[in-house]
Ligand binder design. Structure first.
Ligand SMILES: [Zn+2]
Length: 158
């Protein structure tokens, strides 16, 4: 009985990939996990993604298995990266929703292989807003995201 308890504790401890998580952004990922019920098994890090002209805010990398050639979705090799300049600017501006939107977008790429969706839709207040958090450009700092956060969070459940 004691052994069984010990084993289940070890399994729990091994199941969470918290080692490769930058603590500065791990809370966002934990929110998505709690909301969606999907645990992210890969790495979450803040790195410099852009050398010259700044165009990339975040990235999800999925590797292919050498053996099966299948995409390793939400595995230990899956990697969510947030650009360090974007992170620093957002922190300076106190804009946690920009980071939230970028990370939600990358979380959905990396756990559900969601593609980009450039479509726009009409909001309840009759302005145009991205139909999906998978819009190809980050928009967490816009009224569209701020006023429709619950709508975008529901994509985590699809
Ligand atoms: Zn993307």
């Amino acid at each position: 009985m004691k052994l069984a308890i010990l084993l289940s504790l070890l399994l729990l401890a091994c199941g969470r990939a918290t080692v490769g998580r930058d603590p500065r952004i791990s809370a966002y990922i934990e929110n998505f996990e709690t909301y969606s019920g999907v645990q992210f098994n890969g790495t979450v890090e803040i790195v410099k993604l852009n050398i010259d002209t700044h165009t990339i805010d975040g990235m999800c990398s999925l590797q292919r298995s050498r053996l099966t050639k299948e995409l390793e979705v939400n595995s230990r090799t899956s990697r969510i990266q947030l650009d360090s300049d974007t992170y620093n600017k957002a922190i300076k501006a106190g804009d946690s929703l920009l980071l939230e939107q970028i990370l939600m977008h990358e979380f959905l790429h990396c756990t559900k292989v969601k593609d980009h969706d450039p479509a726009m839709t009409q909001s309840k207040s009759n302005y145009l807003m991205p139909k999906s958090v998978m819009y190809p450009y980050s928009f967490g700092n816009t009224a569209a995201y701020k006023n429709n956060r619950e709508y975008y969070f529901k994509e985590l459940l699809k």
